[in-house]
Design a binder for this molecule. Structure first.
Ligand SMILES: Cc1cc2nc3c(=O)[nH]c(=O)nc-3n(C[C@H](O)[C@H](O)[C@H](O)COP(=O)(O)O)c2cc1C
Ligand SMILES: [Mn+2]
Length: 481
């Protein structure tokens, strides 16, 4: 199959080389298998969707292996399962035509050029259409991820909905917990865009219609996760990131266009004023949070490919964390750059935490960078800003900067009672949190700060290790890196 594989070879391939009709998740998996056969593992042995799928991801992770996993034989369902698609930065970068190190820069570059969706008459996702009484969600693999989870969940669900007030579209990931043959719960983070749409619909006493996309190309997923104003429609960035228009086709029960090359579309509505117990659920934070009241999604139609597979995301594992951090890092890079033009890099090393490196040119820019981050992403809680001589991909160097360039009473800022994630296990009230910024840049500026120790460069360059140490040392790989 022709595919996006050229993406993995050049840093940003010629856009005209990408044929729209080949952009989909299975095409991406196929091109990954062809170019990096060790990154795709097909498993024909029967697997129990209750814990075993996540267990295998976790066991492989322990071995530092992160292949895409295809389970052909899933107990209790005729649908195969694909998981761990996003567990390698190389794959996510390749999906947007980039090398791993330049993924954030390439993300920002690609979303500048809008490639709107292209309407087609039909597509593979319409091969099978199920409506009315024939709908039975229990025919799908019932994947239970972690020990304390309240039940099986759909974790790779990209929602598409229209604001009843403005008419604008929104895409985001929202997890669904299976309730019965045609209902799930849906988790809408407070103050995020789908929640905003839903509260608008509720005020009008109307249901909110939602199409759930399952089996998205990783570039579409990265687009759905774009962080921006509620007026920015993620739907129009998906093709931009993939490098070719996303083909779309009319939904069955609502006035929305859905990706024609998805694996499956679940159409339905969230009714006003209805809530149900959801959870406990093992979250992306690595904790299992208790049960809460959540909204309910009523399924009206399911359309899917004849040989559709169910796309799963291993919650809280790299599959999940890498996928969500690239769009967040891109947004934060852009936001800091608006305030501090000489920003060098942004990295999210842990939930709610971000490192920023800047080339500080004038006093106070460390704190400008902190304010830009906290103003640009509701989830971010702890911000550490360092100078550009610090490699923020090395946690130890960041801690070194905090230890040696920071005075807590001068360089730490704390803001209490700010809206944040409702999945933070340390907050006392749902979604209300304290924010902290640590300005670990050298004061007043790096150039005038106490100099670092170093051996003279000419001496360093002149000495040859081979003149001093056994030859075997120089051929041995240092495994500690
Ligand atoms: C795998 C995955 C699952 C997610 N699950 C949820 C969820 O259940 N509810 C939610 O509000 N956000 C969830 N998110 C985060 C949102 O999708 C993300 O914050 C998105 O950018 C929000 O979009 P918005 O800015 O349009 O509201 C998830 C993200 C990922 C990657
Ligand atoms: Mn949005």
């Amino acid at each position: 199959m022709e595919s996006t594989s050229a993406a993995s070879r050049s840093s940003d391939q010629n856009l005209s080389e990408v044929k729209p009709s080949t952009i989909d998740l299975r095409g991406f998996i196929e091109s990954t298998r062809r170019d990096h056969p060790e990154e795709v593992l097909k498993i024909s042995r029967e697997i129990d969707p209750r814990f075993e799928i996540t267990a295998l991801v976790a066991k492989l992770e322990q071995e530092r292996r992160f292949p895409i996993l295809i389970f052909e034989n899933v107990r209790g369902s005729k649908f195969p399962v694909v998981t761990n698609v996003h567990a390698a930065r190389r794959r996510l970068a390749a999906a947007i035509g980039s090398e791993p190190r330049s993924a954030v820069a390439n993300y920002l570059k690609r979303i500048e050029r809008r490639i709107p969706p292209k309407e087609v008459a039909s597509g593979p996702v319409k091969e099978v259409i199920v409506t009315g009484d024939s709908i039975d969600l229990r025919a799908l693999p019932q994947i239970v991820h972690h020990q304390d989870d309240a039940g099986p969940y759909l974790t790779a669900a990209v929602t598409l909905a229209r604001d009843p007030l403005s008419g604008r579209l929104n895409c985001s990931f929202n997890r669904l917990m299976f309730l019965d043959k045609n209902r799930t719960s849906i988790h809408l983070t407070l103050a995020k865009h789908l929640w905003e749409f839903y509260t608008n619909a509720e005020k009008l006493k109307q249901p909110l219609q939602v199409a759930v996309i399952l089996g998205a190309h990783p570039a579409w997923s990265l687009g759905a996760l774009n962080i921006g104003s509620i007026d920015e429609e993620e739907f129009y960035l998906m093709g931009s990131l993939a490098g070719a228009a996303m083909e779309v086709v009319g939904a069955e029960t609502m006035d929305l266009k859905v990706p024609a090359r998805a694996e499956m579309i679940i159409e339905g509505e969230i009714l006003p004023f209805e809530r149900v117990d959801e959870g406990p659920f093992g979250e992306f934070t690595g904790y299992s949070l208790g049960s809460r009241k959540r909204e309910v999604f009523h399924v009206k139609a399911i359309s899917h490919r004849k040989d559709a597979f169910l796309h799963d995301i291993a919650v809280g594992h790299l599959d999940h964390l890498l996928l969500s951090t690239i769009p967040m890092e891109a947004n934060l890079f852009r936001a800091v750059k608006a305030m501090v033009p000489s920003v060098r890099a942004v990295r999210i090393p842990a939930p709610f935490t971000v490192y920023v490196s800047i080339e500080k040119k004038t006093e106070g820019q460390g704190k400008n960078a902190i304010l830009a981050v906290l103003g640009a992403d509701m989830y971010m809680k702890h911000v550490i800003v360092v100078d550009h001589d610090i490699d923020i991909f090395n946690d130890q160097r960041v801690q070194w900067a905090v230890g040696t360039r920071c005075q807590a009473d001068r360089d730490v800022m704390i803001v209490s009672n700010v809206g944040g994630s409702d999945l933070d296990p340390s907050d006392l009230k749902d979604g209300v949190t304290a924010k902290m910024g640590i300005d670990a840049t050298a004061k007043p500026l790096l150039g005038s700060f106490t100099p670092r120790h170093r051996v003279p460069k000419d001496v360093f360059d002149r000495l040859e290790l081979k003149d001093f140490v056994p030859a075997s040392w120089l051929t041995q790989k240092d495994g500690k890196r």
